[in-house]
Design a binder for this molecule. Structure first.
Ligand SMILES: Cc1cc2nc3c(=O)[nH]c(=O)nc-3n(C[C@H](O)[C@H](O)[C@H](O)COP(=O)(O)OP(=O)(O)OC[C@H]3O[C@@H](n4cnc5c(N)ncnc54)[C@H](O)[C@@H]3O)c2cc1C
Length: 414
């Protein structure tokens, strides 16, 4: 294959371009609609906070093997911070109760008290997990797990929101089961939280761009794909505004695009939009920040997760459509979220600065029906599709985006 056009410089497109460019005989051309790479995974300097922040808090687990491999290949493995234990502390804001979910790292760890479960969940957790694993195709999380006791509010609801950005009565059971298979069911060693203290962009994106640049590949920014023609069972031309590129015999393309962009370009089925994710970032007194763990789960609150990086506390609210509406009252929402954080952390002074970011349609429709509309990721021999939403059984995650980009490269190169 002489030349491959990769369209979309999010993580899936970058992973495809990295894999394809391992063969120096192949020319890789990378096109991106916007003025930057990273798509839904990026960092920027926020003037209000005067800090580098991520567009949204991203949690990765040590079982996300492709994330580690990606970082190794771009020389960024040292930038991943792996927690020493597979442990997440939780606070219930309605009662003030604290507990931890901790999985043992070894048999010895299990025998010496390394397993901790939220109160009231020990009896139902095993049967619930077995039911989730056996859920019929097309079931939601709520249909797969019948119980509505403490395990529901303390484990399944938060997991469904965190992993699928959808409440359990909407979220498909199958991708949650797949995540558990790749993490929890492999034991604590695959469940250690991984954070990126320098930020998503400096860890996952900038070193990928630098690696591509060393291979002579620089993204063509502000170069959106606006049309594609196919004939005789192969993709024939790519149109970028007034530029038309003919795919010569032996040329190919990877479209690493979000579903709505793909369905605009090709007559293929694609899931509709899922919900927004809200992130509130607060710059606080460094002494307060230093007293907090890097990550805390929050229950019975608007806020779902509290991340701490240096002196910035960042809150994630998943599946946030009902809160934000078309024109959210940003000041009121920020104040509500801070009131919860002040309660959870004991902060007695207001934040030094705050910033609210709404990621609209942060993920695609995660319902069983939405996922059923995903197209064949290899529609023509010289065209492959990539993107987190096409990552086989996985939900839309960094891991899924990287896996799908690599799979698209493999589909074209054999
Ligand atoms: C707020 C938020 C929180 C998240 N939290 C987590 C988390 O905790 N853990 C986790 O693993 N994942 C998380 N995710 C998901 C993760 O960010 C995504 O799965 C991943 O970034 C998707 O990468 P992608 O390349 O598939 O898609 P995208 O990042 O959407 O990339 C698509 C690219 O295509 C470009 N494009 C679009 N149309 C065109 C066109 N016509 N021509 C050329 N280019 C085009 C876009 O500009 C973009 O750069 C989160 C996402 C958000 C938004």
């Amino acid at each position: 294959m002489s030349r491959v056009h990769v369209v979309g410089a999010g993580l899936a497109g970058l992973a495809a371009a990295l894999a394809l460019s391992e063969d120096p005989a192949r020319e890789v051309v990378l096109h991106e609609a916007t003025a930057r790479a990273g798509g839904r995974c990026w960092s920027f300097h926020d003037a209000a906070l005067d800090r580098l922040i991520d567009n949204g808090n991203h949690l990765v687990l040590s079982g996300n093997e492709t994330v580690f491999d990606h970082c190794r290949r771009i020389g960024a493995a040292d930038l991943l911070d792996i927690a020493p234990r597979a442990e997440l502390p939780f606070t219930d804001l309605s009662t003030g109760a604290h507990w931890a979910l901790r999985l043992p790292l070894s048999l010895r760890d299990l025998l010496t008290g390394g397993l901790r479960l939220p109160p009231g969940t020990a009896l139902s957790l095993g049967p619930d997990t077995a039911r989730l694993m056996r859920a019929r195709p097309g079931a939601t999380v709520a249909q797969a797990i019948p119980g509505r006791g403490p395990a529901w509010t303390r484990i399944w609801e938060p997991l469904s929101l965190a992993v699928l950005n959808a409440p359990p009565d909407r979220a498909a059971a199958a991708p949650l089961a797949e995540v558990l298979r790749r993490t929890v069911l492999r034991g604590g060693a695959a469940c250690r939280p991984v954070t990126m203290p320098r930020g998503l962009g400096p860890t996952l994106i900038d070193p990928a761009l630098a690696t591509l640049a060393r291979r002579g590949i620089r993204p063509h920014y502000r170069h959106p794909l606006t049309g594609l023609t196919a004939q005789a069972g192969r993709a024939e031309t790519l149109r970028f505004g007034n530029d038309e590129i003919a795919l010569a015999p032996g040329d190919a393309a990877v479209l690493a695009l979000p579903p709505e962009a793909l369905s605009r370009l090709l007559d293929l089925p694609a899931p509709g939009p899922g919900q927004s994710i809200l992130n509130a970032h607060f710059r606080v007194d460094p002494a307060l920040a230093a007293s907090l763990p890097p990550l805390t789960g929050l229950i019975s609150s608007l806020s779902h997760w509290l991340f701490r990086r240096d002196d910035v506390l960042s809150v994630t609210v998943s599946a946030a459509d009902s809160l934000t509406g078309p024109a959210p009252d940003r000041a009121a929402l920020t104040a509500r979220i801070w009131a919860e954080i002040a309660r959870a952390t004991g902060a007695d002074a207001p934040p030094i600065a705050a910033r609210l970011i709404r990621a609209r349609a942060a993920t695609a429709d995660a319902s069983p029906e939405g996922r059923a509309t995903r197209p064949d990721p290899h529609p023509y021999p010289n065209l492959a599709l990539a993107g987190d939403w096409l990552a086989g059984p996985l939900p839309e995650t960094i891991e899924g985006a990287l896996i799908s980009g690599r799979a698209a490269a493999r589909a074209l190169t054999g």
